[in-house]
Design a protein around this ligand. Structure first.
Ligand code: PM9
Length: 470
């Protein structure tokens, strides 16, 4: 494992600013539309930014998922794809990277994160059981529910308050966990599902101390603990910066220690791991691995490719190494902070503290005159696109979906619009342009009228729902 020390960038040269630890070798042109074109494109997309053609988008901050720029090393790795059906050498490289950096014993590759969630949910949940998690994630919770579990949010209360400055808003509340066990019995808790960082809370981290406490709780009650390690290297940066005793530990060391307290984990490789497609699930227990390896051939592909091409596994193996470099993580989160600090200075309400992968605009404070039923975050994403061609994503009532039992909307406390920063893709100038566009939409906030939903798909409605202006 190659580790850079935490202090290698900026400080090393006695400078105060950070800069990206790479230079640009290939570029992709952007195109700008007129407002008239955007009005038409948005209406055709049913006011849902997921339904826009990317050709109609200027700066694309929909997601950091699969939108990363790969390095020259990763592209070179693509040429070394071993596309054998079974036993591809790229699988063994990936296995080595996962074992080396995350420390889990047995690897199951999948086509992306939700493939891993599907397999774990099927293998580890018995219908009628419960899963406790630190706030829900859309695909994670859906797979747990489809496997017959009821999801219970046990994140600390501070996470549901956009303005609360708690340094580890991803932490679990041990009292909430205890209350669940008292209510349903430990045997009925399929597992604890911990995400680092917590996407829906604003990219907020979990502290090592909290994880250790959760581990002890799980040991006391005989409950398994599985980690969504999708953005774990970003979580590690926050631990390095904010938690006592970790300032001199590298990102790679912190990730390895963190994962060591869990029984297994999964990732969407499309985030931290700097690739455009791929995922995995890895566990320490042989019996569970046997079951997962059995299931992967039904739903994903053979256990040595799991839905990925050999070249994709090679790019991910190299991406894992790059994602653990301190300089990389520092500049990645540094760019997110740059945008967030600009907006904060201009008085635009965003989730605080600034998280790892995105800026989350607080639509409740942005549009206090819009009720949650008028979809304020969806409205804000639409208005931002109309103003500038910048694409963002709703993370509020639409994403939260409906209670599977009652059919009612969930009304999440957080009503957010996410400006998600792809890794190694945009420059500081793009962040300036984005901040100016958000400010312009903020200045015109009183004119926003909201939306109504006119088409609602059954699952994960935020992807495909249609809206009309009120
Ligand atoms: N996250 C995101 O944009 C892409 C799908 S939702 C728009 O944030 C976590 C923490 C995720 C995640 C995806 C998945 C699923 C699991 N855990 O998208 O299936 O943020 O690779 O991963 C998205 P896949």
């Amino acid at each position: 494992m190659t580790n850079s020390t935490p202090q290698t960038m900026g400080q090393q040269f006695g400078r105060r600013s950070w800069a990206e630890p790479w230079k640009i070798k290939m570029v992709e042109p952007l195109s700008m539309t007129t407002r008239q074109q955007r009005v038409k494109a948005l209406a055709e997309a049913g006011y849902n930014t997921f339904l826009l053609h990317s050709a109609d988008v200027y700066i694309d901050l929909l997601t950091d998922s699969g939108t990363n720029a790969m390095s020259d090393r990763q592209w070179a790795g693509m040429m070394l794809g071993d596309e054998a059906y079974a036993g591809s050498r790229n699988y063994y490289h990936l296995e080595e990277a996962v074992q080396g950096y995350y420390g889990y014993r047995y690897l199951v590759p999948t086509h992306q994160g939700r493939g891993a969630e599907h397999l774990l949910s099927r293998a580890a949940i018995k219908p009628g059981q419960w899963v406790a998690g630190n706030m829900y994630f859309t695909t994670t919770r859906l797979h747990q529910e489809l496997a017959g579990a009821t999801f219970v949010d046990v994140i600390i209360d501070e996470a549901h308050d956009a303005a609360n400055p708690h340094p580890f808003k991803g932490n679990m509340d041990l009292d909430k966990l205890e209350a669940l066990v008292q209510r349903v019995g430990a045997a009925q808790v399929a597992y604890v599902s911990l995400a680092g960082t917590v996407n829906m809370a604003g990219g907020q981290p979990v502290s090592m101390a909290n994880l250790k406490a959760v581990r002890q709780f799980c040991d006391r009650h005989g409950i398994k603990l599985y980690l969504d390690a999708t953005r774990m290297s970003e979580n590690a940066l926050f631990i390095q910066e904010r938690e006592e005793g970790y300032a001199d530990r590298s990102i790679a060391e912190i990730v390895r220690e963190f994962c060591g307290y869990t029984d297994g984990g999964w990732v969407s490789g499309k985030k931290d791991s700097l690739v455009n497609i791929g995922g995995w699930l890895a566990v320490n227990e042989w019996e569970l691995f046997e079951e997962l390896r059995n299931q992967v051939v039904i739903f994903e592909g053979l256990h040595t490719y799991g839905g990925m091409a050999g070249r994709d596994m090679e790019a991910m193996a190299i991406g894992i190494v790059e994602s653990m470099q301190d300089d990389h993580v520092r500049s990645r989160v540094g760019q997110v902070r740059y945008l967030g600090e600009l907006l904060t200075d201009w008085g635009v309400p965003i989730v605080q503290p600034i998280g790892g992968h995105a800026i989350f605009l607080d639509a409740k404070r942005f549009y206090p005159h819009l009720p949650q039923d008028a979809f304020p975050s969806q409205t804000l994403a639409a208005e931002l696109y109309l103003d500038s061609g910048i694409r963002s994503m709703e993370r509020g009532i639409v994403s939260a979906g409906r209670n599977a039992q009652t059919g009612d909307h969930y009304y999440p406390k957080l009503e957010l619009t996410r400006l998600t920063i792809p890794r190694r893709v945009y420059t500081q100038a793009h962040m300036d342009v984005t901040a100016e566009a958000v400010k312009a939409v903020y200045d015109a906030r009183e004119q926003a009228r909201g939306l109504r939903m006119v088409y609602e798909p059954r699952y994960l409605r935020f992807f495909q729902a249609h809206f009309e202006p009120l």
